[in-house]
Design a protein around this ligand. Structure first.
Ligand code: GAL
Length: 436
């Protein structure tokens, strides 16, 4: 093994591949929104979990807010029967899904939502159930026949003859800097399922889950509609920050039809403070990750629900005109000149446009309340010579007065400010501007 190479901004010099537009020209254009069973239920799943999630998504107004997929994760197949001897199809666990996956799919569709399933680009799934390597075509056809709308495709149990020459697990690699990761065995295993899905008569959103291996963002765009960048999310703040750190280096890879996937949300799962919950959801939305709820929705509390339903963050994530994610414009936390990789202290200042104006998101990674400031000249799209109205995306209220040149705000520990800047046009100013 050569010397490990730490991800640097030079990795960004590698081109962003053309996005794979789905057959209907619509599916996967924007980050997927929905529910996934893994974070809360692991292998303890049954049809009931998904029907409850579907009903709650409608009842709680989450469908109206944009959530549409109900995704089954690992452990849905029958561990003993594995594949049907004559058809080669994976046999679902009928104890968990008495009417089969197609039965559950029909019920979820009846409720007015879409359904997703999970498989693996190896011999087995991560929990040891049948994988799809060498069975891509029959599995894609089966999922299509069942009425599946979304496939999450994992990366466990890869046989020795399918491993790569070089190793890359974000942010480390032993490969030469110009190594073409799109020609690796890992990429090939994901292309095989992409090609199988292309042959079926159904649009299936294809989510790659190789945890950032083989520099997936450089070929994920030509392969599926999203790609996981890291290993699994966890319940604690210090397990969220590395995901934000990795993603902050890779923001330019995401756009319409191709999204950096920061993993399923932990909102509602217990260990995050209110501020941390806001920062978690807000950053996932601002960085244009898929937003997949990972908590039992029949038990969710009002505060968490309000965060998941925040229409301003959802609208930014789902903007119909601006596909790109926010961009990092200043590091913060005392490291502004360094721009150095720091796993638990990611950059704090991000900005990007939406159809409503210019949004600025500021994170406080420190353990105490901080006053955060930036100059308008630092933010792409803000003109230091113009005046702006500033709107708080959490409280849904405008801040008093107008602002120019510079902006400062106090942010609680581990919180995220979400601010919308709209220009105050000359001649349209109210007499009272700046008075309140
Ligand atoms: C992991 C994956 C998780 C979950 C799990 C199931 O590899 O990252 O999100 O799908 O497998 O076994």
């Amino acid at each position: 093994m050569g010397i490990l190479r730490v991800l640097s901004t030079s990795a960004l010099a590698i081109g962003v591949a053309q996005a794979l537009v789905t057959k209907d020209g619509k599916t996967g254009r924007l980050p997927a929104m929905g529910f996934n069973s893994w974070n809360a239920f692991k292998c303890d799943i049954s049809e009931e979990v998904f029907l409850t999630a579907a009903e709650e998504i409608v009842r709680l107004g989450l469908k109206d807010a944009g959530y549409e997929y109900v995704n089954i994760d690992d452990c849905w197949a029958d561990l003993d029967l594995w594949r049907d001897n004559s058809t080669g199809r994976i046999v679902p666990d009928y104890k968990k899904f008495p009417d089969g996956i197609n039965g559950t799919a029909a019920k979820v569709h009846e409720i007015g939502l879409k359904i997703g399933i999970y498989s693996d680009a190896g011999e087995k799934t991560c929990a040891g159930y049948p994988g799809s390597l060498y069975h891509e075509e029959i599995d894609a056809a089966t999922f299509s026949d069942w009425g599946i709308d979304y496939l999450k495709y994992d990366n466990c149990y890869v046989p020795d003859n399918w491993t790569d020459t070089y190793y890359w697990e974000a942010p480390y690699s032993d490969a030469p800097a110009d190594w073409d990761w799109s020609a690796t065995n890992t990429a090939e295993r994901y292309y095989r399922m992409r090609d199988a899905l292309a042959k079926v008569d159904r649009v299936i959103n294809y989510g790659l889950c190789d945890w950032g291996q083989a520099l997936v963002e450089t070929w994920g765009n030509a392969t599926g509609q999203s790609w996981r960048l890291t290993g699994d999310i966890g319940l604690y703040w210090n397990m969220l920050m590395p995901i934000v750190s990795f993603t902050s280096y890779k923001l330019e890879y995401g756009n319409f039809f191709g999204h950096n996937d920061m993993d399923m949300l932990e909102v509602g799962n217990g260990n995050l403070t209110e501020a941390e919950t806001r920062a978690h959801f807000g950053l996932w939305a601002a960085m244009k990750s898929p937003l997949l709820i990972g908590t039992p929705l029949d038990l969710i509390g009002e505060i968490d629900l309000a965060v998941l339903k925040n229409w301003e963050f959802i609208q930014f994530n789902q903007d119909p005109v601006f596909g790109e994610s926010v961009k990092l414009f200043k590091w913060g936390n005392g490291q502004d000149r360094g721009w150095k990789w720091n796993e638990t202290m990611p950059a704090e200042y991000y900005a990007g446009p939406s159809v409503r104006g210019i949004h600025v998101f500021i994170l406080n990674v420190l353990d105490t309340t901080q006053l955060k400031s930036f100059d308008f000249s630092e933010v792409p799209g803000l003109d230091p010579k113009k005046k702006y109205k500033v709107h708080d995306m959490w409280t849904h209220k405008d801040l008093p007065g107008t602002y120019s040149k510079k902006f400062s705000i106090k942010i609680e520990s581990h919180d995220l400010a979400g601010l919308l800047f709209t220009e105050v046009k000359k001649g349209k100013r109210s007499l009272f501007d700046g008075w309140f």
